[in-house]
Design a protein around this ligand. Structure first.
Ligand code: ADP
Ligand code: ASP
Ligand code: MG
Length: 410
């Protein structure tokens, strides 16, 4: 008997008919002789609706109350799915995060899971029930409700799989698997049979929202096999697994884009020791994540410092920076939300030169200006104007021969 975790995303439970379809799939898996835990997101659009409601009250809602609010979408979907499963003659019981003690830290709206009470879940499984768990939410050590960040239900699923040493964590979504790039914006994106944890981690953190980044971190740390697949077919999807289990060797395995970042520039910063720390310490103390940072060559003892933060934290970052600008004697602060970070990812880059140059040339040939660049061993990212997103993704996808009809490089 296998222990299977299945996670269904918002589009998979968007309507009552879809919930009934999911219930059928769940019951089939149970009847095939498996133990089953199901993690569910809120119905499609519901979390957006809740966030919008909060913002109708205030621009920057209290962080604790925000999480109390946005976690409620999942309460509806777990109960509906449990009812639908029961209606098909199987035992099902739903739980919110706090009921099975998904303990997180207190970073509201981006909390990290610290512990899960696996005993409680195991007891319910012994009972013969299908367990239906609310994704995206937890409870901190003080008893406050927390949420894990947009798309966080994937992380709930993989964390539960890790805690219970499940055989597989199946992530059911609205596409057939993980593709070489977002299939909704690139028609010849190719579905990958397998992808390594490291590549998936980069792709997720660089914007491929098919999996929440933290879910891949958990999967890698605890060797949880993830199977990403389509809710409305029986087809095999993509297996996210260890690198040595992957046959296909390519230099670049995917192209991603992330429109969720904003660029902030501090103009005419005095170029002297300690300045970077004066800028970034208060930002980190405000718990704002900084992604890319560049500093211009100094002219007459002054330089510009540019960095990116998530769009949702841009306002907060600007407030923090206002004070710093005066303190360090900089001239001005500017921001730009109309940007996108386009990236290419592949473990094969470790051993191949010239990949970055090719990326820059491909963008230049389309007249696309690169504002910022960052690289790591297995990725190269460029910040460009958001209006070029689709064009950039397509030309890079073609240039690195990732499409459906292309042959991979050895
Ligand atoms: P769910 O609601 O099931 O969690 P998401 O919307 O979070 O689904 O993630 C699925 C979406 O991820 C797809 O509809 C697709 O547009 C997007 N996506 C972005 N990059 C990729 C990629 N490389 N492969 C597959 N899907 C991707
Ligand atoms: N409902 C949450 C969201 O929309 C979590 C998730 O779907 O994974 O972000
Ligand atoms: Mg998702």
């Amino acid at each position: 008997m296998a222990l299977i975790i299945q996670k269904y995303g918002g589009t998979s439970v968007a309507t009552i008919d879809k919930i009934k379809h999911v219930a059928k799939k769940v019951v089939e898996t149970k009847k095939a002789g498996n133990d089953l835990i199901v993690v569910v997101s809120a119905m499609a659009g519901e979390t957006d609706r809740l966030i919008e409601l909060a913002h109708q009250i205030v621009a920057r809602p209290d962080e604790r109350e925000y999480d109390v609010m946005v976690s409620t979408g999942e309460q509806v979907s777990i109960a509906l799915l449990s009812m639908a499963i029961q209606d098909l003659g199987c035992k099902a019981v739903s739980f919110l995060g706090f009921q099975i003690k998904i303990v997180t830290n207190s970073d509201f709206s981006k909390a990290r899971i610290l512990n899960i009470d696996s005993e409680k879940i195991t007891n319910e499984l012994r009972n013969g029930s299908i367990i239906v768990i609310a994704g995206f939410q937890g409870i901190d050590e003080q008893g406050n409700i927390t949420t894990l960040g947009r798309g966080g239900s994937d992380t709930t699923a993989v964390a539960v799989a890790a805690a219970l040493k499940a055989d597989v964590c199946e992530i059911y979504t609205d596409v057939e698997g993980v593709y070489t790039t977002d299939p909704t914006i690139c028609a010849n994106a190719r579905k990958l049979e397998r992808i390594s944890y490291d590549e998936m981690l980069e792709m997720a953190s660089l914007g491929a929202k098919v999996l929440h980044t933290r879910s891949v971190e958990f999967a890698k740390k605890y060797s949880v096999p993830i199977h990403v697949r389509y809710t409305f077919s029986q087809n095999t999807g993509t297996l996210v697994t260890k690198e040595d289990e992957i046959m296909e060797k390519v230099i670049v395995s995917g192209v991603t884009y992330n429109k969720d970042e904003a660029k902030i520039t501090i103009v005419k910063v005095p170029d002297k020791p300690g300045i970077a720390s004066k800028i970034f310490k208060p930002i980190s103390e405000a718990n704002i994540n900084v992604d890319m940072v560049i500093q211009n060559v100094s002219e007459d003892g002054f330089t510009d410092v540019t960095f990116t933060v998530s769009k949702s934290e841009c306002k907060k970052a600007l407030e923090v920076i206002k004070g710093v600008v005066q303190e360090i004697g900089a001239a001005d602060v500017r921001y730009d939300k109309d940007i996108v970070k386009v990236s290419i990812v592949g473990v094969g880059m470790r051993s191949h030169a010239g990949v970055a140059a090719k990326m820059f040339t491909v963008l230049a040939d389309e007249g696309i200006n690169i504002m910022m660049i960052s690289t790591s061993e297995i990725k190269i990212s460029c910040v460009i104007n958001a209006k070029y997103t689709e064009l950039a993704v397509r030309v890079l996808h073609d240039a690195f021969e990732l499409g459906e009809h292309m042959v991979s490089e050895e």
